[in-house]
Write a protein that binds this ligand. Structure first.
Ligand code: 5GP
Length: 186
């Protein structure tokens, strides 16, 4: 299991997108109660659930971890993770800091990577540039990001995401995937 975690806006999704070009890497499709964004597909990007559905599945023990992130619930489903790990694939889990620390606390074996922004001004610009959140939400995310940054030493590795291709290469190296020359583009 490869856990890619860290504050919102640090480029976790872009890193995951690049890592997923490798057929040995399988994405953990989380469940969430947030509404799909434009272009997101149910069962591909996330399994989109209502609060009630999420609560029922949590009660049934279907999540290995779950957390409330920015007013929505997010959870990692236990069964697909167990299936993927049994098949020997790299199971790529992209989750927030609370979720990653829950998994680590449970002793779930894996490589835990904290993705840090080059600096907080760059993070602000990324969140603004993404265009998905109003200013007050961006301020909340920045405050949360600086709290989450304090947790970075609890991870196995910290990568500063200042250049996507370099970050992806170092993550691949961490988990022992051979370099694929020229495969990655910014
Ligand atoms: P977004 O709504 O932007 O897709 O994701 C918001 C945050 O929720 C991101 O930090 C993302 O990594 C995190 N997240 C996505 N899936 C999960 C999950 O299954 N569990 C937890 N704890 N966090 C998740």
């Amino acid at each position: 299991m490869l856990v890619i975690s860290g504050p919102s806006g640090c480029g976790k999704s872009s890193i995951c997108r690049e890592l997923l070009r490798d057929p040995r890497v399988v994405f953990s499709i989380s469940a969430t109660t947030r509404k799909p964004r434009a272009g997101e597909v149910d069962g591909v990007d996330y399994t989109f659930l209502t609060r009630e559905e999420f609560g029922e599945r949590a009660k049934r023990g279907e999540f290995i971890e779950y957390a409330e992130v920015h007013d929505n619930m997010y959870g990692t489903l236990r069964q697909p993770m167990e299936d993927a790990l049994a098949s020997g694939d790299v199971y790529l889990v992209e989750i927030d800091v609370q979720g990653a620390l829950q998994l680590k606390g449970l002793g779930t074996p894996g490589t835990y990577v904290f993705v840090a922004p080059p600096d907080f001004e760059t993070l602000r610009q990324r969140l603004v540039g993404r265009g998905t959140d109003p200013p007050e939400v961006i301020e909340r995310r920045l405050k949360k990001a600086s709290d989450e940054y304090e947790e970075r030493d609890k991870y196995d590795h910290i990568v500063v995401n200042d250049q996507l291709s370099k970050t992806v290469s170092s993550v691949r190296e961490l988990i022992g995937l051979d370099p694929v020359p020229g495969e990655y583009s910014e």
